[in-house]
Design a protein around this ligand. Structure first.
Ligand code: SF4
Length: 348
C-alpha cells in the first residue's frame, strides 16, 4: 500500500486519479449535464434551482455548444468532469458533449463522468468509444455493504476492461468501508468526499444527527475521521476535504481564468480576482480629454457597461484631475468573469 500524502487544506490520498490531478490544478471544467436524477440521497447537495433539466458549465447556464466551448476556453480547461443530477439519463447529450470537447480540444482533453446508476455493457462501450477516460460510480448507500452482488460489480469490471480508469465516489460517512471488498477485487479507486451541509440537505442531515464541524465550515463533524479510519485499509483512496474544494480548487480555477482573460490594465490578486479602477461620469468626453492630457496609454482604459475602467494604479495617480472633470472614482475587486460579482468597492 502506498504512503498517505496529506495537504494543508485537509485532503489526503494514497492514490490520485488523473481527473483529481487536473482538478487540483483548477484545470477541470465542471459540466453539469442535467439536474434530473432518479435517486433521492439524503445528502444530495444539488440546489433547488438546478434540480431540473438544465445544463451548466461551471457556474454558467449553457444552451449551446458555443457556450460550453467558450467556458472551457475561458478557464483554459485541460479536462472536464461530467456530473449532475444523473448525467446518463441524458446519454445522447453526454456523448454529444464528449465528442464536442474532444474534437475542440483534442483527445488529451481528459473527461471523467460521475454516475449513480450501473450502466450496461452497451452504454459503457458507447462512452469508451466517445473517449471517456475515467468513470466514478456513486452507488446508493443501501448497496455499499453488498456491492459485489449488485450490477455495479459488473459495471466497474466492464469499465476497467474497456480501458477506462474506474472507481467509486461517495461521501465519507459511516458505512463507506463497505465498498472496499469490491474495489480490492477489481482494482478500482475510492474517492471520498467530505460530507457538507447545503441549503437543500440541511434538514435531512440534522434529522440523522449530523452536525457541523464548526461555525466556520459547512463540513460535517466526523466525516474526515471516517476517511482516516478507512485509509489504513484502502489501497487507492483519496479524501477530498470541503476546505480544499474552496481554498485550492476554486482559487486555482479563478487564477486560470484571470490569467487567460485579464486585460493589460487589470490587476490580478493571489485569489484570482481582478482589481480595476472605475470612473463614473455623465461626460465621458471631458474625462477622455483629461486622460489624453495626462498621457494615459490607450490600452490602459476602456468603456465597459457605461463606465470607464482603467488601471487602478494610474487612477490613484490622476484621481484629483479626474475628480475636477466631474468623475466619481472607485477601485473594485471582482470575480474574473464577464460582469463578475464585485466582492469589494473602495471609493477614492
Ligand atoms: S445520485 Fe447524486 S444527484 Fe442524484 S440524488 Fe444522489 S447525490 Fe443527488
Amino acid at each position: 500500500m502506498h504512503e498517505i500524502i496529506q495537504n494543508k487544506a485537509g485532503s489526503f490520498h494514497n492514490y490520485l486519479s488523473e481527473g483529481c490531478k487536473l482538478c487540483k490544478l483548477g484545470a477541470k471544467m465542471v459540466l453539469f449535464v442535467t439536474g434530473i436524477c432518479g435517486r433521492d440521497c439524503f445528502y444530495c447537495p444539488v440546489s433547488e434551482d438546478r434540480k431540473k433539466d438544465v445544463t451548466y458549465a461551471n457556474e454558467r447556464r449553457v444552451t449551446s455548444d458555443e457556450d460550453v466551448v467558450a467556458e472551457a476556453r475561458q478557464m483554459d480547461a485541460l479536462g472536464t468532469g461530467i456530473t449532475g443530477g444523473e448525467p446518463l439519463l441524458e446519454l445522447e447529450r453526454v456523448l454529444h458533449y464528449m465528442h464536442l470537447l474532444k474534437s475542440e480540444f483534442g483527445v488529451e482533453h481528459h473527461i471523467h463522468l460521475y454516475t449513480s446508476i450501473a450502466p450496461d455493457k452497451g452504454t459503457l462501450a458507447a462512452l469508451a468509444d466517445a473517449g471517456l477516460d475515467e468513470i466514478r460510480f456513486h452507488p446508493p448507500q443501501k448497496m455499499w455493504n453488498t456491492l459485489e452482488q449488485t450490477p455495479f460489480a459488473d459495471s466497474i469490471t466492464t469499465a476497467l476492461e474497456l480501458g477506462m480508469s474506474a472507481g467509486i465516489e461517495i461521501p465519507s460517512i459511516e458505512g463507506a468501508e463497505g465498498v472496499l471488498p469490491l474495489l480490492d477485487a477489481v482494482g478500482g479507486f475510492l474517492n471520498l468526499n467530505e460530507l457538507e451541509f447545503s441549503d437543500t440537505n440541511a434538514d435531512a442531515m440534522h434529522l440523522r444527527g449530523y452536525e457541523l464541524v464548526n461555525d466556520m465550515s459547512n463540513a460535517v463533524a466526523n466525516s474526515r475521521a471516517c476517511a482516516q479510519k478507512l485509509a489504513a485499509h484502502a489501497s487507492n483512496m483519496h479524501f477530498c476535504s470541503s476546505r480544499y474544494k474552496d481554498a485550492v480548487q476554486l482559487r486555482k480555477r479563478l487564477l486560470r481564468i484571470a490569467n487567460k482573460t485579464a486585460r493589460a490594465f487589470d490587476g490580478i490578486t493571489d485569489d484570482g480576482t481582478i482589481v480595476v479602477g472605475v470612473i463614473e461620469s455623465e461626460d465621458h468626453d471631458t474625462v477622455f480629454e483629461v486622460l489624453r492630457e495626462m498621457e494615459v496609454p490607450d490600452d490602459m482604459f476602456e468603456i465597459n457597461d457605461g463606465t470607464i475602467e482603467i488601471a487602478w494604479w494610474i487612477l490613484e495617480d490622476i484621481a484629483e484631475d479626474i475628480k475636477r472633470a466631474g468623475g466619481t472614482l472607485s477601485i473594485i475587486e471582482r470575480y474574473p468573469f464577464e460582469n463578475g460579482l464585485v466582492v469589494e468597492t473602495m471609493s477614492i
